[in-house]
Ligand binder design. Structure first.
Ligand code: GDP
Length: 139
């Protein structure tokens, strides 16, 4: 399997609840390399741009409000098959439906407040990584 990079975000719900360290431990335990990491507070406009593919979804307004409500921690993770591997580590979008042992199952509180984000395909990973990180931060 090829080595890939994906964009992960520890979302504002998890940061506010003091779960950043717990989630980083799970990332290390799953043997991802953290290539780059930062702490940011997205503006509404930045959150809208990041989630532009969801513009037409009924929850778009709530999602933008949530993602710009506090600090979040975007990072670039590297591993063999990183995109699928990180989505597996996170679990399904809705914590109630996520497999046991996953981050969203153990830490998420609702379909919206599900603690983490992960890219869903190589093209979205490339867009999302470049949304937060300059090439000079990714060597
Ligand atoms: P993901 O790829 O698993 O994060 O899921 P999606 O791309 O479908 O949705 C993006 C994010 O929008 C999710 O991680 C949730 O935070 C939020 N979300 C998804 N579905 C719903 C929903 O039905 N209601 C609300 N309020 N938020 C949702």
């Amino acid at each position: 399997m090829a080595v890939e990079r994906t964009l992960a975000i520890i979302k504002p719900d998890a940061v506010k609840r003091g779960l950043t360290g717990d989630i980083l431990s799970r990332i290390h335990a799953a043997k991802f390399q953290i290539v780059a990491i930062k702490s940011v507070q997205l503006s509404r406009t930045e959150a809208e741009g990041f989630y532009a593919v969801h513009r037409e979804r009924p929850f778009f307004g709530e999602l933008v409000e949530f993602m710009s409500s506090g600090k979040s921690v975007p990072m670039v993770l590297e591993a063999e098959g990183a995109i699928a591997k990180w989505r597996e580590t996170m679990g399904a979008t809705d914590p109630a439906k996520a497999a046991s042992g996953t981050i969203r199952k153990e830490l998420g509180t609702s379909i919206q407040f599900n603690c983490t984000h992960g890219s869903d395909a190589p093209q979205t990973a490339a867009f999302e990584i470049s949304y937060f990180f300059a090439g000079s931060e990714l060597s």
